[in-house]
Ligand binder design. Sequence first.
Ligand SMILES: N[C@@H](CCC(=O)N[C@@H](CS)C(=O)NCC(=O)O)C(=O)O
Length: 234
Amino acid sequence: MDSVGVKLLLIRSSPFAMSCALALRQKGVKFEEVPENLSARSDLLLRSNPVYKQVPVLIHNGKAVSQSLVILEYIEEAWPPSDTTPSLLPGSAYDRSLSRFWADFINKKFIETGLKLMKRFGEEHATARKEIVEQFITLEEGMRAIGSVGPYFLGQKMSLADLALVPLVPWFTSFEALGDLKFPGPEQCGRMHEWLNAMREDPDVVASVPTADWLLNYTLNFREYIKKHYPGGL
Ligand SMILES: N[C@@H](CCC(=O)N[C@@H](CS)C(=O)NCC(=O)O)C(=O)O
């Protein structure tokens, strides 16, 4: 496996970085986690992602790839499926489109709504609080509409949709605390809970996400910091 010099620039709490770390582990790629400080970005980050200046960034063969969904597609192509390397996409063109559609929804809608629970106040916080529960139910309905037998989003194998959703494993607890809300339980959202339980037992997931307790402590402290320094929200 060509894993020499593979680096992932990240912050430990980043949901977008968690997806990329899990994809690399699924492919069996050895990589170095390079922690960034977003208050004092390194020259490496500024050079590697001059457009957004955000993490995650994947560095492979000295070249930088940014934006988590682009990174996931890059990982699939750079380490193609073989007898020993799993694919991150399902077999049929239609299933691949579904996997990409849900990964996009999770990346652009679900996670962004959840982050507003940490970064916004007042009406914006109240709206995010309502929307995150609606979007959780949308994910449940999405999985059910696919009609697959789980535990993964599209059935028996992990794909891009699961990789995008994996940050939910620890963030779920933080979203509930930050929003003072409760997500629907297994009686209403059985597929989502089946998915969560399977992910919590997967060793690659465990290695790629922080614990819910660590993240909760981080997110509650960060919200206090934002309240003090950016009372209008970040
Ligand atoms: N759409 C990007 C989002 C990346 C993102 O928002 N990264 C955050 C950390 S979770 C960041 O670097 N924030 C710093 C900033 O935006 O200034 C992706 O999918 O990679």
